[in-house]
Design a protein. Structure first.
Length: 582
């Protein structure tokens, strides 16, 4: 009896110990992958702690570094307090934990030069997993292999898109491309910023990407694998242009979202719908940028660059002749059947789209009429790039190519450089006052549908600010935002599937939800906290902006994945890997 009690107490003690350890790792929020030796290293503690903290090897008492806990910080989003462990000066490679005497230890993490390399590759590889109209064999897709789905060789012209040459229900072929998100449709607007971001990554770091090999079917074709992935979507986008007039269909879609069924079993009728000015301009921008990039690969892909440039010019001309054809889905549905109720990606003001397309065409061709076609600065601020704010994509292109631009651009460029740095300064100004010390938390308005992409896009913008100014602080703020995405945040999630200790397991992603594999497809960024909770899911723990997240497949407003959210993360992770190791 006595012995049994002793055993019981022992078991209880060890159980409590495990619980405390788990608790501690939940309360010590940090980048769950780790840190660059020469970079900032911050952990945030969510309950009152004071005195010393230590860095040790996991399961070892030996203190390798000792620091002093600081705080409290106060969240401008929730009013909650946090405490800070800064061990930036500890630079030795290895695997460690942050250990706090009164609390316990963090998750283990690494310090090493290529600490985000695998993550970066996985975020890029996620686009392979999003490919449709092709089978995905195990050689490339691993355990997430699947058969061909959505061939899209038979796509109907919706009544809203019909004309004499292509009447209602005539058939076009529109295969390939990436699934937009957790749904099975493809949208030109969102493909636009996504593909533009990936092309920008190549243009910014061509030498690195000329070397980078990915495990994808095109790996041996002599073209950088990043560009092979981009070309997969580009080929689909090209099918969305009406060759007769250059107009571009807004999307290729089912009438309603298909159910939560495997991609290969989802066979609803597919349509191309109404052409829109927004689609034409986003398409023109991407095609012009692609023309620039693929001109370096004329031998491997003969004619592609010219084809893209022609497509860009034709789409631009269509938009110039049809400058205000908005995509208004509800109005469209009053006039046409069947009703289309999938994602709208509809912007009302197309000033941004004109600027982006004009700048890409100007930089691609050197023709000044494109530069003159728009007023470059319709107002005095810069807004962060997103699918509905694409002017900044044009600005980034001007900044990237500033040494090659003509006289016509020199004055505006000077203005742009100043304005851009002011924009970056605004972004980071109050980071040090936030609970998790990140630029992301500085504005409650950052927490909307796809908030994690706001965070990654800020990171990308900050990298441009670094390259523009040479000030390393901007790089460190970009790392702060990456740390946020990987666990240094109010929910304690590392928001990238498969990367970190506490990651999304139930994203709103039809392939992951229907494949009988416990782990979701890896390398996908969850949308992130969004207090509007438009999905009506009942499992949100909180309405506080940075806590309004639920790892539940019902939650398309906080836990869906999307190509335009992953793209800035691909950018941010690769760029940091390169710039932190220069
Ligand atoms: O533009 C207003 C802004 O003025 C206002 O301040 C702000 C306050 O909430 O709202 C802004 O509008 C939001 C808009 O996105 C632009 O950011 C809407 O509220 C918000 O509902 C809307 O969310 C979009 C959502 O579709 C619903 O349309 C997301 O950005 C967009 O990423 C998401 O995309 C979906 C596709 O439709 C379908 N495929 C999946 C994909 C990801 O969830
Ligand atoms: O699965 C859809 C997701 O991709 C979209 O982002 C979201 C908002 O447009 O809609 C999801 O589909 C839901 C639909 O809107 C309402 N009925 C339930 C659908 C799946 O959960």
């Amino acid at each position: 009896m006595r012995l049994n009690l002793a055993c019981y107490l022992l078991a209880l003690a060890s159980c409590l110990q495990t619980a405390t350890a788990q608790n501690a790792s939940e309360k010590i929020r940090l980048n769950q992958l780790g840190f660059y030796p020469n970079g900032p290293k911050i952990a945030i503690i969510t309950e009152p702690v004071k005195g010393e903290f230590h860095i040790t090897a996991p399961g070892d008492d030996k203190k390798l570094f000792t620091g002093t806990l600081e705080g409290p910080q106060v969240s401008s989003l929730s009013g909650k307090q946090t405490w800070v462990a800064d061990f930036s000066s500890f630079q030795k490679n290895g695997t460690y934990v942050v250990s706090i005497p009164s609390l316990g230890s963090s998750y283990p993490f690494q310090i090493k030069a290529d600490v985000h390399q695998e993550l970066a590759r996985a975020t890029l590889k996620s686009y392979y997993h999003q490919r449709m109209s092709t089978d995905q064999p195990e050689t490339y897709a691993g355990k997430w292999h699947r058969p061909l789905s959505h061939p899209d060789k038979v796509v109907y012209v919706h009544s809203s898109a019909a004309d004499k040459r292509r009447p209602k229900d005539s058939i076009i072929s529109s295969p390939g491309g990436w699934y937009d998100a957790g749904d099975y449709n493809k949208y030109i607007v969102n493909s636009g910023i996504t593909t533009g971001t990936m092309l920008s990554l190549y243009e910014d770091f061509p030498d690195f990407f000329n070397q980078l090999q990915m495990n994808i079917p095109e790996r041996d074709n002599g073209i950088p694998d990043l560009l092979d992935e981009v070309n997969w979507n580009l080929q689909w986008m090209l099918t969305m242009q009406d060759p007769a007039d250059g107009g571009v269909y807004h999307k290729c879609t089912t009438a309603q979202f298909e159910g939560f069924i495997k991609p290969e079993n989802a066979n609803d009728k597919r349509y191309v719908v109404q052409k829109s000015t927004q689609a034409a301009l986003d398409f023109a921008a991407v095609m012009a940028q692609a023309a620039r990039v693929f001109s370096r690969f004329e031998a491997e892909l003969p004619g592609l660059s010219d084809r893209c440039l022609q497509a860009a010019r034709k789409a631009w001309n269509w938009a110039a002749g049809n400058p205000a054809v908005l995509y208004e889905q509800d109005k469209m549905n009053l006039l046409h059947d069947p009703d289309i109720v999938t994602g709208a990606y509809a912007g009302g003001d197309l000033t941004d789209e004109f600027i982006w397309a004009a700048m890409e065409l100007y930089v691609a061709t050197g023709e000044e009429n494109y530069f003159r076609a728009v007023s470059l600065f319709p107002n005095e601020y810069i807004s962060l790039q997103e699918w509905n704010e694409v002017r900044t994509m044009g600005y980034l292109t001007l900044l990237r190519h500033q040494d090659k631009l003509g006289d016509i651009a020199s004055k505006p460029l000077q203005y742009l450089r100043n304005m851009f740095l002011a924009f970056a300064d605004g972004m980071v100004m109050s980071a040090a006052r936030q609970a998790y010390l990140t630029p992301m938390e500085a504005d409650a308005r950052n927490f909307l549908w796809g908030s994690n992409a706001v965070c990654a896009n800020q990171g990308m913008a900050l990298i441009y600010a670094f390259r523009l100014s040479g000030k390393r602080d901007y790089l460190h703020f970009a790392i702060d935002n990456l740390d946020y995405l990987l666990g240094r945040n109010a929910t304690g999630y590392s928001y990238v599937t498969g990367y970190g200790h506490k990651t999304p397991m139930f994203p709103h992603h039809r392939p992951s939800a229907t494949d009988d594999i416990p782990e979701p497809v890896p390398g996908l960024l969850a949308g992130g906290p969004n207090p509007e909770q438009q999905d009506g899911c009942q499992t949100y723990p909180s309405k506080i902006p940075d806590e309004s997240y639920t790892d539940d497949a019902c939650s398309y407003a906080s836990n869906e994945v999307a190509i335009n959210w992953n793209a800035p993360l691909v950018y941010l992770t690769f760029a940091l890997e390169l710039l932190m190791n220069e």
